[in-house]
Design a protein around this ligand. Sequence first.
Ligand code: CP3
Length: 323
Amino acid sequence: MRQAGRYLPEYRKVREKVDFLTLTKTPELAAEVTLQPIRRFGMDAAILFSDIMTPLEGMGVELEFAPGPLIRNPVRSAAAVDALRACDPEETVPFVLETLGILRDELPASAPLIGFAGAPFTLFCYLVEGGGSKTFNTAKAFLFAEPAAAVRLLEKLAEMTVSYLTAQAAAGAQALMLFDSWAGLLGPDDYRRFAVPSVTRVLDELAPLELPLIYFPNQGATLLADVAGLGADVVGLDWRTPLSAARATLGPAKAIQGNLDPAALFAPPNELRSRIDRVLEEAGSEPGHIFNLGHGIDRATDPDQVARLVDHVHERTEAADAE
Ligand code: CP3
């Protein structure tokens, strides 16, 4: 997760020349920074370089990054919800589709390409709040005060996300990931009422593509019984949930992804390796585990630690495969 980015000197070099939004809209550069971590570390999969906010501009949202997302016209009324446009990805995000095309040509066949989008509830949080927040009180107040308008907004976001991810698949994405970074802000009743219907719609409408669908409900430990009922093939987990407990709740039909604490990358190499071993042991192998961090890489991370992580996971999993 966030395998490209500011912890890499080669990324910072590209960013000296262009701002973040320009980088996401310039296919040659977006493809280049997607490939940087693959070249340096040899991860097993590449994730498109873009942002969850990228497709919102096409709906009429005025977006900036400083460095997190800022919205000049937050959506805080039923009228503002109705004014958001439905969009055709070919017209509004041609640069994303072009980036995916370049990547499919340049990536080795051994490294699948992951496309992604924000889950409707997480996009809702930024759109209503107008930017990042610890609590998203403005967004939650809108949800509680005007549930009908809020649900309409979540539905519009679900519809946009289905067309956006369908276009990513047509352009070459081989797996699709939905980031629900703020799912954990909701208690189980509100998660069921507000987040589940929109995310269900996205996952169910993408099912005919027959690509692996990965859903990441960040800080979702108390939501996993509901997540088990969603149409995701893989559930991404943050580090607060032991993988064995997550498996027990999610059942045998779901693969899991995760969940090393990104702060482990700041520990001495031996401690990092033993924490990786613990994640691999907790995960087991049935019905599938994708090793990953439990959230994004911090920008202060030493790239040599990431190299140690990738090498160690490869050594351990190759040894297990040989048994
Ligand atoms: O993983 C990758 O390599 C793909 C690229 C990627 C980015 N954002 C690039 C980025 C992905 C998958 C995302 C997803 C994303 N964006 C999420 C979901 C995952 C999560 O972290 O929960 C969210 C919530 C966002 C919104 C967002 N964009 C935030 C909060 C920020 C600020 C981050 C910070 O650390 O300050 C961004 C900006 C952003 N998106 C950067 C990158 C590399 C840093 C911007 C820069 O280069 O200046």
